[in-house]
Structures are given as structure tokens and as C-alpha cells.
Design a protein around this ligand. Structure first.
Ligand SMILES: NC(=O)c1ccc[n+]([C@@H]2O[C@H](COP(=O)([O-])OP(=O)(O)OC[C@H]3O[C@@H](n4cnc5c(N)ncnc54)[C@H](O)[C@@H]3O)[C@@H](O)[C@H]2O)c1
Length: 440
């Protein structure tokens, strides 16, 4: 295999998060804590997972981070925007994900991360308000101001490169409109304050124009339309989305492929959640919930292929509910009732009660996306990075491609992409003697 040219990482990597709420501050705190050797970055492939190279008998299984030239945790510097004026330490305290024992030793570093003023419009996140907002009425000028923020933050932190991961609230559900169809139409829409352009799209546009890889952790329309996909190709910027795969959907994409591999049918899958953090409050608004519902419900159809297996899955009744319940804070509870059937059509039931911590599952995803997107950029990759589907509820794919939701296939593809980017052959998991066996 020819080893692709990858520019070596040198200098600091600025990780920018529009939104400095529960997920972003848990991510920042975890990175600082791991740097101080106070905790381990559990849940992160870039930090903990190995990768098999060559035949099993060669016994080459380095850590991913030793195999590829990824930026290290010590190289990371942070920047963010938020509608609220709290620094990362105060915001993390308010989010109440991490305990004071874990947060207090990180106080100095987290207090230094002050949010930049946000590009925000309450029409797109109805249940949110705050003082730390740019007072610029025109969307193109707002995007320009965000671009300037990126350049200033790079100077201030001395970073040589940046990546952006949207960790802001879920905006209302929007369909791609005429202004989303080409770069020219989008820029015209920015100048004319087109209502179809939500704030998250301004951040995505600003990032791509600055050559900064962009990833969307929420379900709203942000960089997943032709105009920004074309812009990402044109500017040689990798992008990925959307909606971090955590909690209940993570469980769904682990369980559903298992039922399907055993050819077990499913009559119904009822999923309900109670959560009490700010994300839960925002999702209490039906228009923001609509964005979530779309990304959450698409998963099963794609894994189970009811068109190929109509007797097993065509009549599946799939329902997803999210209920805002303040006493729970970030410690969400997700119940799944799954009605499956097997041999001769006999029914069985599975109940899953996941006492989950959403931001604890999301934080390592932010880290991995930041490091892999920075690597992808240095490897000269541009446009949609489908190999990062592993991290998303609703993987963004090129026009005409079918998104893959099965987490095991996504993982297989992710690791084979890493092998190829590192100049190694992809693995097939066939026997080492496969060729002899196949002909004998
Ligand atoms: N926690 C998870 O497991 C998980 C999983 C999938 C997706 N998500 C998504 O990630 C996002 C962040 O989740 P969270 O739990 O941190 O929510 P959060 O409410 O704690 O934080 C979101 C922050 O974004 C800020 N914000 C909103 N609009 C903004 C804008 N235009 N510019 C700058 N800041 C803005 C809010 O003020 C808030 O502080 C949400 O959209 C959520 O749906 C989270």
C-alpha cells in the first residue's frame, strides 16, 4: 500500500465549540483532567483503542494514536461561543454533570475559557435566551464576525489549526430551501437575511470559509445541504454530521443488528426518555423535538431493511418520546420496550432501562471527531467524511449514498479507513488461509 501523504501535526489545535453547555464543558473538563492524569478518557477510540494491522498472526496491534499522527491531548486549546456569559467552569457547574471533586482541580483552566458572543436568534431555539449575543442584524455580517472570531481565537491561543464541533442547542426543524441548493444562493440568502438560514448554518459557513473542519453534534440542519457540501469540497475542508450517537440510539444501533443477524422479527419498539437538563428543556419545544425525532427514528429502518425482510420488519411500530423532567438533570433514563418474535412466530419481549449520562457518552465523541477531522484535513480529505458515521445518529452521506446505521459496520469502515490512511491494507477478517481454503 502507498502511504498517503499526511502533513505532520505541529503546534496547537484549537477546538471550537459553538455552545458551551453540558456536552462541551464535559468534553473540555475531561481533556484537562486526563492531561493532569486525574482521570482516563474512557469512551474515546483515539485515546484507548488499538488497531490490528496485517494478518492476526503478525501480532501488530498498536494504539490508534500511536499508529496515526493524531494531535495529542496536550496540543489542544479551547474556544467557544455561548448565549450565556458563563465561563467553562461556571457552565460546567451549572450543567451539573461532573461532581465538585472532579471540577475543582480544573478550575483555573476552565475559568480561562470565556464564551465569545453568540450568533443567535430565539426564533430557532424558542426556549433559550441569554445576554451574550452579537448585535448584528445581517446574516452575512454575522458570519463575517464569526470568521473574525475564529481568526482572533487562533492568534490569541497561538494555534496552528482549528476544528469546530457544534455543541449548541437543537434548533427547530428546517427543510432545505432554495437558498440551500448552491453556494451562490446561500450567500445571497445570507445577504438578504433569508429565514431558512439558522444560526448553526452561520457557524458552519464561517468554519468552512476559514478552512476549519466542521462537525454537527445536533440534529438540526447545519452543514447537510448542497451549498455547504459544495463549499466544503471547494475549500478543501472535511465535514461530518449529524447528531452524536449516545444514549438510547447507541443502544438501538447495538441491539438491532443483533436481532437482524439472528433473523428475529420485531413487532414494535417503544422508546421513551426522561431528562432534565437544558437540552431536555429545549427539546420540550415541539419544533426542536421534531429535529430530534427525525434523526432518532430513521435508525431502525436503515438497519433492518424492511424492504428486504418484509415478514420480519415491515409492520414494525416504532415510537420515540422525550419528556422533560427537571429532577433528573443530565442523568437521563431511557426505557425501551421491544416486542420481538422468533421460531413459528412466538412472541418475546425485551425491556431495556438505561440509566444513562448523556454528556459522559457525548464528550469522548467530541474529542474523537476533533482529532480525526484534524487528521483528515492534514491528509487532504475534503467534503463529507462518511467513515465517521460511527459517531452519529443520522450519518451525513454524499447525494445518492445510503447511510449506514449498523454500529458494527460503521466501526469496521472507520478502522479500515484509518488503516488505509496509515498506509496499511484494510482487513477482511477472513481466515489467513482463506485463499487456500477457498480453492481446496
Ligand atoms: N448529550 C448528548 O448525549 C447528546 C447527544 C446527541 C446530541 N446532543 C446535542 O448536543 C447539543 C448540546 O447538548 P447539551 O446537553 O450540551 O445542551 P446544553 O443545553 O447544555 O448546551 C447547549 C448550549 O448551546 C448554547 N447555544 C444555543 N444556541 C447557540 C448559538 N446559536 N450560539 C452559541 N451557543 C448557543 C446554549 O446557550 C447552551 O449553553 C444539543 O443540541 C443536543 O441535542 C447531545
Amino acid at each position: 500500500m502507498i502511504k498517503p501523504q499526511v502533513k505532520p501535526h505541529a503546534g496547537k489545535l484549537l477546538v471550537l465549540t459553538p455552545g458551551m453547555g453540558a456536552v462541551a464543558t464535559t468534553f473540555m473538563a475531561g481533556v484537562v483532567s486526563a492531561r493532569k492524569n486525574l482521570s482516563k478518557p474512557f469512551g474515546s477510540l483515539t485515546q484507548l483503542q488499538t488497531i490490528r494491522l496485517g494478518a492476526r498472526s503478525e501480532n501488530r496491534n498498536p494504539l490508534i494514536k500511536d499508529f496515526l499522527d493524531l494531535a495529542g491531548l496536550d496540543d489542544i486549546v479551547f474556544g467557544g461561543w455561548d448565549v450565556k456569559a458563563d465561563n467553562a467552569f461556571e457552565a460546567a457547574k451549572n450543567a451539573n454533570v461532573l461532581s465538585p471533586q472532579d471540577l475543582d482541580p480544573l478550575k483555573e483552566e476552565l475559568e480561562a475559557i470565556e464564551p465569545m458572543t453568540a450568533a443567535f436568534d430565539q426564533r430557532y431555539v424558542k426556549k433559550l435566551e441569554g445576554p451574550n449575543v452579537k448585535d448584528i442584524p445581517n446574516k452575512m455580517e454575522l458570519a463575517e464576525a464569526l470568521r473574525e472570531d475564529i481568526r482572533n481565537k487562533m492568534k490569541e491561543t497561538g494555534a496552528t489549526r482549528a476544528v469546530m464541533v457544534w455543541c449548541g442547542s437543537t434548533e427547530v426543524h428546517l427543510h432545505p430551501a432554495a437558498c440551500h441548493q448552491s453556494i451562490e444562493a446561500f450567500e445571497e440568502g445570507l445577504r438578504n437575511n433569508d429565514d431558512s438560514i439558522a444560526p448553526s448554518q452561520l457557524y458552519a459557513y464561517a468554519a468552512i470559509k476559514e478552512g476549519v473542519p466542521y462537525s454537527n453534534g445536533a440534529p438540526n440542519l447545519s452543514a447537510d445541504f448542497p451549498a455547504l457540501e459544495q463549499l466544503a469540497e471547494q475549500e478543501n475542508v472535511p465535514i461530518a454530521g449529524k447528531d452524536f450517537k449516545t444514549g438510547q440510539t447507541l443502544m438501538k444501533t447495538i441491539l438491532a443488528p443483533g436481532f437482524k443477524t439472528r433473523m428475529l422479527g420485531i413487532r414494535g419498539w417503544f422508546s421513551t426518555n426522561i431528562l432534565g437538563n437544558r437540552d431536555g428543556e429545549v427539546l420540550d419545544d415541539p419544533e426542536s423535538f421534531k429535529s430530534k425525532e427525525v434523526t432518532k427514528t430513521g435508525v431502525l429502518d436503515s438497519i433492518l431493511q424492511p424492504e428486504v425482510y418484509p415478514e420480519l420488519y415491515a409492520d414494525l411500530y416504532h415510537k420515540v418520546r422525550i419528556n422533560y423532567y427537571p429532577p433528573r438533570g443530565d442523568e437521563k433514563e431511557g426505557w425501551d420496550n421491544i416486542d420481538i418474535f422468533g421460531w413459528m412466530g412466538y412472541d418475546m419481549q425485551i425491556k431495556v432501562d438505561f440509566l444513562c449520562r448523556d454528556s459522559i457518552l457525548a464528550a469522548p465523541i467530541v474529542l474523537d471527531l476533533a482529532l480525526f477531522l484534524d487528521f483528515a484535513k492534514r491528509a487532504n480529505k475534503s467534503g463529507i467524511q462518511e467513515w465517521l458515521s460511527f459517531y452519529f445518529k443520522s450519518p451525513q452521506v454524499k447525494a445518492g449514498h445510503v447511510p449506514e446505521h449498523d454500529i458494527f459496520i460503521q466501526h469496521f469502515r472507520l478502522k479500515n479507513t484509518l488503516r488505509v490512511l496509515g498506509g496499511e491494507k484494510p482487513v477482511t477478517h477472513l481466515s489467513e488461509n482463506f485463499e487456500e481454503e477457498a480453492v481446496s
